[in-house]
Design a protein around this ligand. Structure first.
Ligand code: PAF
Length: 284
């Protein structure tokens, strides 16, 4: 695997390649990332991964400084898997050589709800860096995990709006055997928090079962679920049942008529903020 740190070296490596499949990451790679690489391998060649901890998407009180940076170990993992042709690992000066005066701002309706409400500026930071990375890598396809459901939708929306010739592929959330969605932030959980953490996914499964069982009082289900988690020591930002197509709350009639829904949640255990989601499948 070629490891390149500059845009120029990356372009040299990729000259003439028209079927690049790209997996952007912030590093601290785990099994879910490696699964994204395998999916990329099935949809393009060569596969390019990136590792860049993007300051622009972290709020002032968030964990930018603490975010795990494990480049050597990440390189070893990618080498072992053999799916990735080139790793682009720029430093901050390479990605942001001057103050970032041009920033991509997702539309209010999608960018300012849910994660956008609790992490102002997050989707601006994600969109801006992803657009830059796409411009450096020029992929034909790019793979994103469904754990960051709203991020995936923001990136898809950006590609449509700017007519970017990149197909965005969604990878199912990869979970530990007890149901906890894999995330680089799981390593911050103390042992008792790690034992409690799968409860978030369990709560989403209960929500799914209640809705599929015919309960259309979505606000009631959301409030009950948030209260249950709070009662177990979580600090819940949101539990939200939304339409898959735009993440807006569905009308009751839409729920009755089988509108595809997704339940999304964000909650903190101690100082670690976890997010997760679950799509609800109606069988007609
Ligand atoms: O999901 C992530 O790891 C990041 O938000 C991304 C897409 C690599 C942008 O920094």
């Amino acid at each position: 695997m070629k490891v390149v740190h500059t845009i120029e070296a990356l372009r040299d490596q990729l000259r003439g390649q028209l079927r690049v499949a790209f997996v952007p990451t912030m590093g601290n790679l785990h099994a879910a990332h490696l699964s994204l690489m395998r999916m990329a391998r099935q949809h393009g060649d060569p596969v390019v991964a990136s590792i860049f901890v993007n300051r622009l998407q972290f709020g002032p009180n968030e964990d930018f400084d603490q975010y795990p940076r494990t480049l050597e170990g990440d390189i070893e993992k990618l080498e072992r898997e053999r799916d990735v042709y080139a790793l682009f690992a720029p430093n901050e000066r390479e990605m942001y050589p001057e103050p970032q005066n041009f920033k991509i701002q997702p539309a209010q309706a999608l960018g300012s709800i849910l994660e956008g409400e609790f992490r102002p500026g997050f989707f601006m930071g994600v969109s801006t860096v992803v657009l830059k990375l796409f411009s450096c890598v020029q992929p034909r396809v790019a793979v994103f995990g469904k754990k960051d459901y709203q991020q995936l939708m923001v990136v898809r929306s950006m590609c449509r709006q700017f007519q970017l010739p990149v197909e965005i592929l969604a990878h199912e959330t990869v979970r530990d055997p007890d149901g906890l969605a894999m995330s680089s932030r799981n390593r911050f959980l103390a042992p008792d928090e790690r034992a409690e953490a799968p409860e978030l996914y369990a709560a989403l499964q209960r929500v799914r079962d209640e809705v599929l069982g015919g309960d259309v009082d979505l606000a009631g289900i959301e409030a009950r679920t948030a209260a249950q988690l709070d009662g177990r020591g979580w600090q819940v930002d949101y539990v939200a049942l939304r339409r898959q197509r735009d993440l807006l709350p569905p009308e009751t009639d839409e729920v009755r008529n089988g509108e595809p829904l997704v339940v999304l949640a964000a909650a903190r255990l101690g100082t670690t903020r976890l997010i997760d989601n679950l799509e609800l499948a109606f069988t007609p």
